[in-house]
Design a protein around this ligand. Structure first.
Ligand code: SF4
Ligand code: SF4
Length: 402
């Protein structure tokens, strides 16, 4: 696609990157077939192709309106379109650039700005999120149904975290919300890895990966979170104490794997960021089937592969293989490539679309009447659990009990 970028962006790193991405798009529209928002809304401007057109127009200095921003806001950043695109268009990176441009050229209502600012303040602060979650659980019976479904009735205890006794060590990230919502996930990962001769440790000062604020379009603040996390991890990385960084939330993993790119313009951090990204692995890249002993039948499970795992990190089939080795029978899931509607803060900002996508996803997951639903990302876990009585677990918790 030919582009003629406007002066405000032409000679910037973002402009050059956007232009290179836009030039790859041949406007064929194959991507519309796998776009969840296009499937629900049927409007080409709510498809990847339509959004690419809107962003191109914005980069070329054309009109940018609240409608432009709405169509970009409705995008889940699920990146199913990237997996489908035959021309290799990096839509996820393009929409990051496009959102920043459109945000700067439009004005949200005061209420919307306040809501987004509140989310950007609360979500990346584990202590604050944890305190509000405790409060929400105490007052759960009094909450309206919509809010109640977002507050878990039970939080499973973490159980024992094995002492770091092995020579091989890896870093784990507690994350901003996972530690409060499901402390059992990282503890389960630590126990399974301990059995495989690897000690999992957490850096005490580590906070949010930056994904929350970055994708709320507070991109500078998101990069600050990334730098802070690099600082927290760096002593263990630089000293060689850890051989890898293990992500138990695929949403955080896809962000940390992109640090090298997102901080490439920062001379003080670009090398560290690139090293951190190169050391980062999703948990399903670290645990291999040969680490697990074959188990007797454990029941039936439907696996929801988060977009950040299958599209963002292009990791497919690995968790399913691990669950099968651990003795679970996987039930079939139609349209497994489609987003569940969680998408970070999307479920809070676009509740109607998110709710529709969750209903469709749960219908697909429960079609085979599984005893449990497994996932690989805390956001998807909390979102799906709020809409079903079927237990929803991180896959490592199911492996840990075998
Ligand atoms: S993003 Fe890819 S699939 Fe979609 S219209 Fe452009 S070239 Fe075609
Ligand atoms: S990222 Fe997902 S929601 Fe956004 S345009 Fe691509 S397929 Fe559609």
């Amino acid at each position: 696609m030919q582009t003629e970028l406007a002066d405000f962006i032409r000679n910037t790193p973002e402009g050059r990157e956007a232009e290179a991405i836009l030039r790859k798009c041949v406007h064929c529209g194959f991507c519309t077939a796998t776009c969840p928002t296009y499937q629900v809304l049927g409007d080409d401007l709510d498809s990847p192709r339509g959004r690419i057109y809107l962003m191109k127009r914005a980069f070329e200095g054309g009109p940018v309106t609240d409608r432009t921003r709405l169509h970009l806001d409705r995008c889940l950043t699920c990146r199913a379109c990237e997996t489908t695109c035959p021309s290799g268009v990096r839509y996820g990176r393009l929409v990051d650039i496009g959102r920043a441009v459109v945000e700067a050229k439009t004005q949200r209502s005061p209420l919307e700005r306040a809501y987004r600012a509140l989310l950007a303040f609360v979500m990346p602060r584990p202590w604050l999120f944890g305190a509000l979650l405790r409060l929400g659980r105490l007052s759960r019976p009094l909450l309206p149904a919509a809010l109640k479904s977002k507050v878990p009735a039970d939080i499973r205890s973490a159980g024992e975290w094995p002492a770091p006794r092995h020579r091989r060590k890896m870093l784990a990230l507690a994350g901003c919300v996972q530690g409060a919502l499901a402390p059992s996930i990282n503890a389960a990962a630590a126990r399974v890895l301990d059995g495989a001769g690897i000690s999992l440790i957490e850096a005490p000062a580590a906070g949010c990966c930056g994904g929350i604020r970055f994708h709320l379009n507070y991109q500078d603040a998101g990069r600050d979170d990334m730098r802070a996390l690099i600082d927290a991890w760096w002593p263990a990385v630089e000293s060689g104490e850890v051989e890898a960084i293990v992500m138990t939330a695929s949403g955080c993993g896809v962000t940390v794997k992109e640090y090298g790119h997102l901080l490439a313009q920062d001379p003080a951090y670009r090398e560290k960021a690139a090293r951190i990204s190169s050391m980062t692995r999703d948990l399903c890249e670290v645990i291999t089937p040969d680490m697990l002993s074959a188990s007797a039948e454990r029941g039936t499970v439907a696996f929801q592969s988060p977009c950040t795992l299958q599209h963002g990190q292009q990791l497919r089939g690995r968790v399913e293989a691990l669950l099968a080795k651990a003795g679970y029978a996987l039930t079939p899931v139609n349209d497994a490539h489609l987003c569940c509607g969680s998408a970070g803060t999307y479920s809070l900002l676009q509740p109607a679309l998110s709710g529709e996508l969750r209903s469709r996803k749960l219908a697909a997951l429960e079609a085979g009447a599984p005893q449990a639903i497994a996932t690989a990302n805390i956001g998807c876990l909390a979102h799906l659990a709020g809409g079903t009585a079927t237990p929803v677990r991180h896959w490592i918790e199911l492996i840990d009990v075998t």
